[in-house]
Design a protein around this ligand. Structure first.
Ligand code: C5P
Length: 248
């Protein structure tokens, strides 16, 4: 997929920094180091379960765009309630597991609608579905989870279910962006972890891509954690990723 050159602002807006920290104080240190860079902040389970909704509200009050990555998966009624509570926090994006099924995903959308109807000043969050976790191999999918076929087939099926349920996009591997766009159309959003700038530690990610290649593959947002958070100089690390995206 060809792309036109991004401005610095547009490039930064594509980067979602994974704030995978045990407490608010540790996350604050990184926020200070990255101050002024207009990237997204992703709050996942580790930080949310420790620092809670107050931390998320503070991020929003300070003007950050926030992706609350808590991957809800429960009965529809419970997910509806959870989605309503999340929408009231004013986050820009949150997610549910597509494996929860159509009723559950529709319930998440209903929860958002109810929250917005009660408080029209709230922003409408982008709601995305986790397709198949990038840590799942075909062997796990077939033998443990009991889903036949390839990971790609499962991803395409889940993406179709997500769009049919009214969701805005999916979390997927950067290697699956083309498949998702071909299956669901170009405006269905893709959020891709497993991003590693050339030369950085792979860690436990398997099917990785560089920021440039992910951008060329058509990803809308790239989630990047350790290559920024564990860098000796996190600000220099994100600046170099942004530069790489501008050059792509
Ligand atoms: O440090 P790293 O760049 O690997 O961080 C990736 C982030 O993306 C983590 O917060 C992880 O929870 C999240 N994620 C992922 N794979 C998925 C879904 C989310 O790595 N399939």
């Amino acid at each position: 997929m060809s792309t036109t050159a991004l401005s610095r602002e547009q490039a930064a807006a594509k980067v979602m920094v994974a704030l995978d920290y045990p407490d608010a104080a540790s996350a604050e240190k990184l926020l200070e180091q990255l101050q002024g860079i207009p990237c997204y902040m992703k709050v996942g389970m580790q930080l949310f379960y420790a620092a809670g909704p107050d931390f998320v509200r503070q991020l929003k009050e300070r003007g950050y765009r926030v992706f609350l990555d808590v991957k809800m998966h429960d009965i529809p009624n419970t997910v509806k309630g959870g989605a309503g509570s999340i929408a009231k926090l004013g986050v820009d994006m949150f997610n549910v597991h597509a494996a929860g099924g159509r009723d559950m995903m529709e319930a998440a959308m209903d929860g958002v609608e109810e929250a917005l109807a009660a408080d029209p000043a709230l922003p409408r969050p982008t709601v995305i579905a986790v397709t198949q976790l990038t840590s799942t191999s075909e062997e796990m999918l077939n033998d443990e989870i009991g889903i036949p076929g390839t990971v790609e087939e499962a991803v395409a099926r889940y993406a179709l279910l997500a769009i049919a349920s009214g969701l805005d996009g999916v979390v997927a591997s950067p290697h699956e962006v083309q498949l998702v766009k071909d299956t669901c159309g170009p405006s269905f959003q893709t959020v891709t972890p497993g991003i590693r700038p050339s030369g950085s530690d792979v860690g436990d990610q398997t099917r990785i891509m560089t920021p440039q290649d992910a951008l060329r593959a058509g990803t809308d947002y790239m989630v990047i954690g350790r290559p920024i958070t564990q860098a000796a100089d996190p600000r220099a690390a994100i600046e170099s990723i942004i530069e790489e995206l501008i050059q792509a």
